[in-house]
Every structure is written in structure tokens, then in C-alpha cells.
Design a protein around this ligand. Structure first.
Ligand code: FES
Length: 208
């Protein structure tokens, strides 16, 4: 499956998404409709994912959002180009987003980047594999430093990653398996200590 990089000349929200667009706009007072811009862009990107297999935000979709919000297209472009979660180019089926900010870096994000490149066949950040399966992106802190290093794939966080876990996960995806449940792949519960409990290790009962 290769990716179609052509910029579409038009975009229209589906009826179902148009209802969600109106719902998002109604959350804000009259005259403040622009506050719904991220919701509209997110809906457009997800719709592209469903319709084309690549969740990205073409300019035609931004223009439609601007028209609905009653603002100039530039105001929408400014938002879309600021946030890394909006993809301005087509992406692969699995969008690998590696956090390389200091806590993840100290916990081995360089190894995660190398393993992603090796297992996906993507040579550099911003690239997409020839089969259209993977796009690799470098991102700033994902807010999950406690279980660093973090690899985000599409909407989900995979935590406590190392090279071995990355290679096994990507091999499974290449073999057609689904993404595993999000969270730590190191076996820890939530953000509990990685080596097991360090406090509250007994169950105190009266008299003991
Ligand atoms: S530094 Fe990677 S999640 Fe915060």
C-alpha cells in the first residue's frame, strides 16, 4: 500500500462529522466560533484517515474549516502549522512519534529512534516507509515522562520502551497484527515503580 501524496482539490465533512462540527462550535459564545478550530481540524484529519487510510490535513480541509468558522484561511493555517498533532502531509498507517525530550533521552530515546528506523525502514524523521505502513516523527515531551521512554503510535502511548520492544512491536504490525493495549510494555501497572512497590508493601491490620 503506497501513499497518495496528491493534494485534494476539495473536502467536505461527512454528515455525521458535520453534526460534530456544529456541536463543537456551539460550545463557545456567539462571536467566538474560532475557539472550535482545533476540533474542526481534528475531525477533518480523522475523516481523511477513514476515507484514505492516511490521517492528514489537506489545505482544502483547512479552507473548509475557515469558511465554516467565518475567518480567513490564514488564521486556520496558523493553528494547523503550530501543533505537531496536525499532519500537513500524508502519513503512514502507523504514525510513530518518538519523544526525544530530556527525560526520554536520558532513558534511551536514541535507541528508540534507531530501532524505529531499523524496523520500519524509514531513514529519517518526517519520512514514510515505501509500503506506506510507517511514518516517523520526532516530538517534544508527551507528558508521560514517568514511564519514559515513550513511543506514541497514532493516538496511543507505548511506555517503558527499549529497542527490543520497539522491534517486536513493529514486526507484529508488519505481520498484520493489531496494536496492543496502550500503556507500559514493561509490565508495570500504570505508573507504579518499575521494580515493584517501594512503600505500602504490607497490608496492615488492627493489632499488627
Ligand atoms: S520527556 Fe518524553 S514524555 Fe516527557
Amino acid at each position: 500500500m503506497s501513499i497518495n501524496h496528491a493534494e485534494p482539490t476539495s473536502f467536505a465533512y461527512t454528515d455525521a462529522n458535520m453534526k460534530l462540527v456544529q456541536k463543537a462550535i456551539k460550545k463557545y459564545p456567539e462571536g467566538k466560533q474560532m475557539s472550535a478550530v482545533k476540533s474542526l481540524l481534528d475531525l477533518a484529519q480523522r475523516q481523511m484517515g477513514e476515507q484514505t487510510g492516511s490521517a492528514w490535513l489537506p489545505r482544502a480541509a483547512m479552507d473548509v474549516a475557515a469558511e465554516i468558522l467565518g475567518v480567513s484561511p490564514m488564521r486556520v493555517y496558523e493553528v494547523a502549522t503550530f501543533y505537531t498533532m496536525f499532519n500537513l502531509k500524508p502519513v503512514g498507517k502507523y504514525h510513530l512519534q518518538v519523544c526525544t525530550t530530556t527525560p526520554c533521552w536520558l532513558r534511551g530515546s536514541d535507541d528508540i529512534v534507531s530501532a524505529c528506523k531499523k524496523a520500519s525502514g524509514v531513514a529519517h524523521f518526517g519520512g514514510t516507509s515505501e509500503d506506506g505502513m510507517f511514518t516517523l516523527k520526532e516530538v517534544e515531551c508527551l507528558g508521560a515522562c514517568v514511564n519514559a521512554p515513550i513511543l506514541q503510535i497514532n493516538d496511543d502511548y507505548y511506555e517503558d520502551m527499549n529497542a527490543e520492544r520497539v522491534e517486536a512491536l513493529l514486526a507484529d504490525l508488519k505481520a498484520g497484527k493489531s496494536l496492543p493495549p496502550a500503556g507500559s510494555l514493561g509490565g508495570r501497572a500504570s505508573s507504579a515503580p518499575a521494580a515493584g512497590l517501594t512503600s505500602l508493601t504490607s497490608n496492615p491490620t488492627a493489632g499488627e
